[in-house]
Design a protein around this ligand. Structure first.
Ligand SMILES: C[C@H](O)[C@@H](O)[C@@H](O)C(=O)CO
Ligand SMILES: [Mn+2]
Length: 598
């Protein structure tokens, strides 16, 4: 399995089995040791079996050496966890314990507490007590309290506890993975797009990442001086010639590049992809005299300033963006990179959040056009059906470049439904199918005067999908929008008619958000588009809005729009103190706690 070249640790989860310390004739502690430690072992087993880092490896989980009954054992546990690289802690107990003496007081760890709900011992009472103490001390923690009373000898973790435990784990690993990694900005502001005006203070204080920046001339320097992995470039060129189908050229004949120019440009864009990979994560196969370049920028994600001025002069970045965002390349299945086009760092960060939550390749798109059922009927004569009809319309998602090729939906799951798999499950057969569903068409010469190619495919599958947008609002800070919904398939002639009205050589996806018909942002698909915060959206396979809400609460980023059922909203217990209206409470709590790394 291809390993990520990222430098820096992946977050470890530490389990804290906490116990009533009383001995004496009845030895309360002694009677609880086994049950308490078994709870910790059950959480470790659950996480090791279900959670992976974005590099595909199982999440590392450690348990304190002893149960924690008094402060000395809490301190010993904290010391062990510090040495193990623990960023996330889960405290578990079946009984009463002494909250302020045994709680996790590390301000940087992401915390949860599971109080076993069996009434022989007051585990649930401890849970409530220690969560109150966490709130009093400004160390908000997630509370996990099972719905049904269990028996003291129950060892099976209830489903509702499992669901919250896994949601907390996925979100916490995603948050902590970003720590000490970089966002790499290649070039600067693109076409005046606000999302490409980078705000290092936001990235540093909310995400714990640093901003690295290189001028685009660095790509040309490396090409000119041969500063790239020549063996990888040769593999990439061979693979690209065998697997990339060149599509039609829609440019006016008099403006079309010659075959020779196209051949040169194809080699240029493949080399660009190899160089950007190396800019992001370094390379251990460069000529030793390039030891500085070999280090790379430790970038978990990056943006490329395509569409001016690079693309007025050089072949465009679409091949690099599409291939790096996809779950494989010439070296087979590998962790998808995150490379935003148009240097839209806010959209790239949205893609990063969802890749870290899911291990899947991500889509970048313009939220281009809302088509009502009437408009589709007027233009094509077709009556929308299914979810497109139920939610009154479809939203056209389309942007050159940075949409992962997995989004064609050509890979099928065990039920024959379109799927975008976790990268570690992508097979060679999947790779071939995805490449077969994609063509590489000459770049639109109006937008890309320097030539190049654009990936072209249509999402021909109904798949669950989640579209998000991270926005920065002056005076408020970051907010996130979340729209769960589906990609939908239109009859080919209908899709073609609508697609041809815009950029017919770019990736095309029809999206339907799940709406509720009530006044507000989710009344119909029109309202989602009309309330969307910017020109771009980041889209993942699956309905992952609840995970995103949990993740945002850890990051102190309020969610200003979502269509996730309220019952699935899982935030730190302290959020309840900020009011019963979940949305307002979220804003007030995020403001109160402020960014994690302030
Ligand atoms: C018209 C611009 O050149 C296109 O790139 C536009 O569709 C955008 O993607 C702007 O976000
Ligand atoms: Mn765009």
């Amino acid at each position: 399995m291809a390993k990520s070249r990222l430098i820096g640790s992946y977050p470890v989860i530490g389990i804290r089995p906490t116990i009533d310390g009383r001995r004496g004739a009845l030895d309360v502690r002694g009677s609880l040791e086994e049950q308490t430690m078994n709870m910790a072992k059950s959480v470790k087993k659950l996480y090791e079996a279900n959670l992976k880092y974005s590099n595909g490896e199982p999440v590392k989980v450690v348990i304190a050496d002893t149960t924690i009954g008094r402060v000395g054992e809490a301190a010993a546990c904290a010391d062990k966890f510090r040495h193990e690289g623990v960023d996330i802690t889960v405290t578990v107990t079946p009984c009463w314990c002494y909250g302020a003496e045994t709680m996790d007081m590390d301000p940087q760890t992401i915390k949860a507490v599971w109080g076993f709900n069996a009434t022989e011992r007051p585990g649930a009472v401890y849970l409530a007590s220690v969560l109150a103490t966490h709130a009093q001390k400004g160390l908000p923690a997630f509370g996990i309290y099972g719905h049904e009373v269990l028996d003291a000898d129950d060892t099976v973790m209830p489903e509702d506890v499992k669901e919250k435990m896994l949601r907390f784990g996925r979100a916490a690993v995603a948050v902590a993975t970003m720590r000490n990694k970089s966002w790499l900005q290649i070039g600067s502001v693109t076409m005046g797009i606000g999302g490409s005006i980078i705000d290092p203070d936001f990235i540093e204080s909310y995400l714990g990442m640093r901003v690295e920046s290189v001028d685009e001339v660095e790509i040309i320097r490396r090409m000119s001086e041969g500063i790239y992995d020549h063996e990888e470039f040769d593999r990439a060129m061979k693979w690209a010639k065998e697997n990339c189908t060149i599509g039609f050229d829609k440019n006016p004949p008099e403006l079309q590049m010659t075959e020779e120019q196209k051949e040169e440009q194809f080699e240029f864009v493949v080399k660009m992809a190899v160089i950007i990979k190396e800019l992001m994560n370094g390379c251990d196969n460069l000529d030793p005299k390039f030891s500085e370049e070999a280090i790379g920028h430790n970038a978990l994600a990056a943006g490329f300033q395509g569409q001016r001025q690079w693309t007025d002069f050089y072949p465009n970045g679409d091949f690099a963006e599409a291939m790096l965002n996809t779950s494989f390349d010439w070296d087979g299945a590998r962790e998808p990179y995150i490379l935003a086009t148009e240097n839209d760092v806010l959209n790239g960060l949205g893609m990063l959040f969802m890749k870290l939550l899911t291990g899947r390749a991500q889509m970048f798109a313009d939220v281009r056009t809302y088509w009502s059922a009437n408009a589709v009927k007027r233009v094509t004569g077709y009556d929308l059906e299914g979810v497109a009809k139920e939610n009154d319309g479809i939203i056209h998602l389309i942007n050159s470049g940075a949409c992962c090729l997995d989004a064609s939906g050509v890979v099928k799951d065990e039920n024959g439904e379109g799927v975008m798999k976790e990268w570690w499950n992508v097979t060679e057969e999947d790779q071939k199918a995805i490449m077969k569903a994609t063509t590489w068409n000459a770049a639109d010469n109006g937008y890309f005067r320097g030539g190049g190619f654009s990936s072209r495919f249509e999402t021909r599958a109904t798949m669950p999908a989640t579209m998000i947008r991270l926005n920065l609002v002056k005076g408020l800070g970051p907010v996130l929008q979340i729209a769960e919904g589906w990609t939908v398939e239109l009859p080919e002639d209908v899709s073609d008619t609508l697609w041809k009205r815009t950029d017919y050589t770019w990736p095309c996806t029809w999206f339907v958000p799940r709406c509720d018909g009530k006044d507000g942002a989710f009344k119909t698909a029109y309202d989602v588009m009309n309330n969307w915060g910017a020109n771009h959206g980041a889209i993942s396979y699956g309905h992952i809005g609840a995970d995103l809400i949990t993740m945002c609460s850890m990051l102190r980023i309020p969610v200003c729009m979502h269509n996730v059922p309220e019952a699935d909203v899982f935030r730190p217990a302290a959020w309840n103190a900020f009011g019963m209206d979940k949305e307002g409470a979220d804003f007030r709590a995020c403001k109160n706690y402020g960014p994690l790394y302030k």
